[in-house]
Design a protein around this ligand. Structure first.
Ligand code: GDP
Ligand code: MG
Length: 597
């Protein structure tokens, strides 16, 4: 395949607008997967993805399609040339825009899928700009036109007014019924440029992704930018200087299919005896070890926005958790991990995530895919402390700089009031307020990150009956009046529960935290006091009175096996408890604290 016969494209969309379904249809249409066989959303392989209906990891598949050069489908199958199409599915959620920009680096074009009922949403805007800034050819696809309330003309008008995309360029499809799908691949071939690489230059390939496979070891997804790669070639990493021999090379069709060679413009996989995915640096340039080449521009490194401590629910499981986290970060290099110890929770890890959903998904994958039981601490954002200058160590009123984000919110105009109220409660500053059309409002806010990591999106959804969409990008730090709020159990501060809040909110948040804890901590053999304090000043307090009788002793006298069973069961329950000082705290308590802001 010469590069002229290759197209590399991505599908980008707001969550639920149908990109995974469209990907399925294209895979079926080209015979890459069988129609009606296997599960829907073929490329969503992870259990979390299936459960949550979101795409987390970008996946790639190669398809073959016969088509004329001018992009028209042909009945004269024999004469038409076959094109090699690499489809790269991307996650739609804001937290994973790092994955999106990675996928786009290997593409020359993108299908921008927009739901014909919902129209342009916040992540449509974010994804459009990611593609636009990467100079990709963008094909607007208005999907779900089978829906009775579909209004493609309105969506066309939005695409024109927001992105200057011409109505005549829009494809109308239903990934569900198959309507209009026949235009998609011809448009890809016709409107998306072929990969620009040089076939006769020395090999340069971009490392797009890597994961660990039980049998084969580290598998890297790569895009061949220049030159060609054969099985048995010796390659080097521009980043580390390490040299490898390529043991296997091929395409994802959609499973790993050895081809022995990858040519300029192709996207595929390699197995090269890397020992750990840490050696496979995403964004790295790999080249033949006998040539030195100019490295390709890498990716913007992931920026961690939300941090949380992860501790084994049962203290002795530290090594198991360590192992689970190592395995999982092999597949998600965007998480940062450092060891930390907490006087309350013992040895654990401080992990940095791209956002809240990312944190949730990581947590869920630890439990589901690696069987770890984890307690996570209240998420924090990366503050900067600026100590007032002057005499010695004396630190008075340390100014705290907190990170902010630029948020895009799109919602039906009747909800303007509540949205403004919510944003100002969250200390937002309005930057832009306009209407996309007669029914849709568009707002831009600068918001402290701290204020959105905790339950902002859920609340936004609930005040707009589910209609608002939200996206953010990180912005500058701003000086803020923040205080550290401690939680004390029987007078002892629990480091894992302390949080930083705005001065004006401290009272309310302290009260809520104390009330929540009271609800979740069971009565124990002694009295427990729960306090919220700023420095030495207690701002909220509750007590849980002591339990009077030993429940176990009273209820279960005789049957030994029955008693044993019950004790086993209790032990199971205990795994999810954490003893702090002498107080047992259930895992839910930690989770519930996350929701207070
Ligand atoms: P993604 O989040 O963009 O990958 O969206 P999915 O492909 O997972 O689709 C979200 C939901 O919309 C699923 O329940 C699909 O079955 C449904 N869906 C996708 N395309 C269409 C369509 O053309 N028409 C209708 N009615 N539903 C669709
Ligand atoms: Mg999807």
């Amino acid at each position: 395949y010469s590069p002229e016969r290759i197209r590399n494209f991505s599908i980008i969309a707001h969550v639920d607008h149908g990109k995974s379904t469209l990907a399925d249809r294209l895979l079926e249409l080209t015979g890459t997967i069988k129609r009606g066989h296997g599960q829907p959303q073929y490329l969503d392989k992870l259990q979390v993805e299936r459960e949550r209906g979101i795409t987390v990891k970008a996946q790639t598949a190669t398809m073959f399609h016969k088509c004329n050069h001018n992009g028209s489908n042909t009945n004269d199958v024999d004469k038409a040339p076959t094109f090699l199409l690499n489809l790269i599915d991307t996650p739609g959620h804001v937290d994973f825009s790092y994955e999106v920009s990675r996928s786009l680096a290997a593409c020359q074009g993108a299908l921008l899928v927009v739901d014909a009922v919902q129209g342009v949403q916040a992540q449509t805007v974010a994804n459009f700009y990611l593609a636009f800034e990467s100079n990709l050819a963008i094909i607007p696809v208005i999907n779900k036109i089978d829906q009775p309330t579909a209004d493609p003309d309105r969506v066309k008008a939005q695409l024109k007014s927001m992105f200057d995309l011409e109505p005549s360029e829009c494809l109308l499809t239903s990934a569900k019924t198959g309507l209009g799908l026949e235009q998609v691949l011809p448009s890809v071939i016709d409107r998306i440029p072929h990969p620009p690489g040089n076939t006769s230059s020395p090999l340069r390939m971009l490392l797009l992704d890597s994961y660990y496979d039980e049998y084969k070891g580290v598998i890297c997804h790569v895009a061949i930018v220049d030159g060609m790669l054969c099985k048995g070639d010796k390659i080097s990493s521009a980043a580390t200087g390490y040299t490898y021999e390529v043991a296997d090379v091929g395409i994802m069709h959609p499973e790993l299919t050895p081809t022995g060679v990858l040519l300029t413009g192709q996207v595929g996989y390699i197995v090269s005896g890397m020992r750990s995915t840490k050696e496979a640096r995403v964004g790295d340039t790999l080249h033949h070890n006998r040539f030195s080449v100019e490295p390709l521009p890498g990716f913007k490194p992931a920026r961690h926005m939300v941090f949380s401590g992860l501790y084994p629910a049962d203290g002795s499981d530290f090594e198991a958790l360590n192992h689970a986290i190592e395995r999982l970060t092999c597949n998600d290099a965007s998480v940062s991990v450092t060891k930390e110890s907490s006087s309350a929770l013992g040895l654990g890890f401080r992990c940095g995530f791209l956002g809240l959903l990312h944190m949730d998904v990581f947590h869920q994958r630890l439990e589901q895919e690696h069987g770890a039981h984890v307690i996570s601490t209240v998420p924090t954002v990366p503050y900067i402390f600026e100590y007032s200058d002057g005499s010695k160590v004396q630190v008075q009123n340390p100014a705290i700089w907190e990170p902010t984000v630029l948020a895009t919110i799109i919602f039906p105009s009747e909800y303007v009031g509540p949205v403004i109220t919510l944003c100002s409660e969250r200390r937002g500053q309005q930057l832009e307020y306009s209407f996309m059309d007669s029914q849709r409002a568009f707002m831009k806010y600068r918001l402290p990150l701290r204020e959105i990591v905790v339950d902002f999106y859920n609340e936004l959804k609930s005040i707009t009956s589910g209609y608002a969409s939200f996206d953010y990008e990180d912005s500058d730090y701003q000086e803020s009046d923040l205080v550290k709020l401690d939680i004390l159990l029987n007078g002892q501060a629990v480091d894992a529960m302390s949080t930083i809040v705005h001065k004006l909110k401290a009272q309310r948040v302290g009260r809520e935290l104390v009330d929540k804890l009271k609800k979740f901590i069971d009565r124990q053999m002694f009295e427990i006091t729960i306090q919220a304090a700023i420095g030495t000043k207690v701002i909220a307090r509750e007590t849980i009175s002591a339990m009077r009788k030993n429940v176990l002793a009273k209820c279960y006298g005789g049957d030994v096996t029955r008693k044993k069973k019950l004790l086993e069961k209790q032990k199971e329950g205990k795994k999810r408890m954490k003893r702090i000082g002498s107080v047992d705290i259930p895992q839910e308590a930690f989770h519930e604290l996350l929701k207070v802001s």
